[in-house]
Structures are given as structure tokens and as C-alpha cells.
Write a protein that binds this ligand. Sequence first.
Ligand code: FMN
Ligand code: SF4
Ligand code: SF4
Length: 259
Amino acid sequence: MTDKNIYAVYFSPTGGTKKYVLAAAAMLGEKYKQIDLTDFDKRRKTYTFCENDLVIIGTPVYFGRVAQIENGIFDRLKGMGTKAILFSVYGNRDYDDALLELKQITSENGFKTIGAAALIAPHSFCEKAGFGRPNGKDLSALADFMGKIKLKLTDEQALDKEVFIKGHYPFKPYGKIPFYPTADGKCDKCRICFQICPANAINAANPRNTDPDKCISCMACVKACPQKARGFHSVKAKIIFKMFERKLLKTNKEAEFFL
Ligand SMILES: Cc1cc2nc3c(=O)[nH]c(=O)nc-3n(C[C@H](O)[C@H](O)[C@H](O)COP(=O)(O)O)c2cc1C
Ligand code: SF4
Ligand code: SF4
């Protein structure tokens, strides 16, 4: 491969997107660098890539769109016609317009999409949906796709072609759920949640509370809490998520690839 550097770039509060991006980067068979934009401070830096770089960019799907957070996720990635492989990772409902939106955001920032994929991981709100994914079948489909990417990288004509991606523009409106995780009496103030919250929505002095204006309901804090103290503690939230889970478990979505 003639590319200068390979980068694995992701926003991944509960780790599903990260798994796919790192697996794909490893499948290229060369050294790569990671940029974890889940981290609040890392998202505030600017990253500039050159024409010969190859960047794998992954983000979860929130409300059928690219996940949104104050100050944006990818706004500080600057490409110069840099080749990009885009991943939208979703929780077995649908990815709707998210992958098309990711292509638009990254194109505006100087990246050229050479391939893209919609992939399935456990749903942030109900892990039974998408449980165990990526599984063997997902990884073998990803390996096949990355094999095709490697071939494409040697074919200038193929690289010049526009990659068609499913989705609609104008994009569907971004949603909001009125629930934000808080901690109950099991909290021992270890502050792990404060350290990992991508939105800076947890107060260091009082980590049981959550700032609803900042929280994106990503569930990173719930997954990371060693005391299992964090979660949605209202009865209403529990009923809604149970019903949602039943709906999600009716189908098993499969990965889709675009070249
Ligand atoms: C606020 C929010 C909205 C979500 N919206 C969708 C959705 O529209 N479709 C879907 O299938 N999954 C949806 N999910 C699930 C995530 O896309 C899925 O769990 C993804 O794997 C999370 O990525 P991560 O593990 O890298 O954080 C949503 C999750 C959150 C937190
Ligand atoms: S991770 Fe859990 S136990 Fe630790 S401060 Fe946060 S809520 Fe409390
Ligand atoms: S407080 Fe909100 S934004 Fe922060 S980790 Fe928890 S769910 Fe995510």
C-alpha cells in the first residue's frame, strides 16, 4: 500500500464502534494510529491529515443520525482529499440517514469517501439487541470488505468514482430522549463516570447527579460504573426501555457495505 499513515478514528461511548474501527484497521495489515474522540479533551484538538493518509472514521447512530455532542465530534478533523472509510454503528433498529450524513460531514472537512459500512453492535439502552456483536459473521463480512478496500487502493479509476450511500437528504430531525442516568445510594464517589463522560455532564464533587443540558444519554457512565449505581431510576424510563427492547429483538439486522 502506498498510503503514508493509517488512522483509526472513533467516537464510541459504549465501545461498539471502537471494536469495528480497530478490527478494520488491523485487517489492513499495517501499523495504525488511534484517535479516540470519545475523550472530551481530545475532541478539542485539531487533527490534520495529508492526501496520502488513509483514515477509518466511525461513529454510533443516534436517532438515525450521526451522534451529536456540544462542539461536534468530527469538526476538528481536517483532510486534504484524504481517503476515508466510514462506519456508522447502530443498535439493531436502523441507521436511517446516519451514514450519508457522515459522508457529508467528512466530505465538507476534506475527506474523500472510498468505502462505507453500516454495522451492528449492542444497543446502548438494551444490550440484548445486538448482543455479542460483532460476531464471527460480522467480522468475516468486514474482512471481505476490507479485502476489497485494499484492492480499490491500487486502482486509481475505482478511487475516482463516487461512493453511493443509502439515506435521505434533508436528514430526519435529530431526536432527544428525556432520560439522563443518575446514581443511587450504591455510588461510592469513585469518579470513574466523571472521568469517562464524553459530554462533561457529571460533576466531580457530586458524581451522583447529571447535567441534563449536557448529557447525551450515551450510557458510557452506566456501563463503566463498578458499583452498578448509575442508570435510569424512574419507573417510566424502565417501562419505556422494556417495550423498546421487545421491539428491537424481533429482527436481526445485517451489515451493509458501500464501495
Ligand atoms: C441517544 C441514542 C440514540 C440511539 N439511536 C439509535 C438509532 O436510531 N438506531 C439504532 O439502531 N441504534 C441507536 N442507538 C444505539 C447505538 O447506535 C448503538 O448502541 C451503538 O452501537 C453505540 O455505539 P458505541 O458502542 O460505540 O457507543 C442509539 C443510542 C443512543 C445512546
Ligand atoms: S462510577 Fe458509579 S460509583 Fe463511581 S462515582 Fe460514578 S456513579 Fe458513583
Ligand atoms: S452522564 Fe450522560 S453523557 Fe455522560 S456518560 Fe452518562 S449518559 Fe453519557
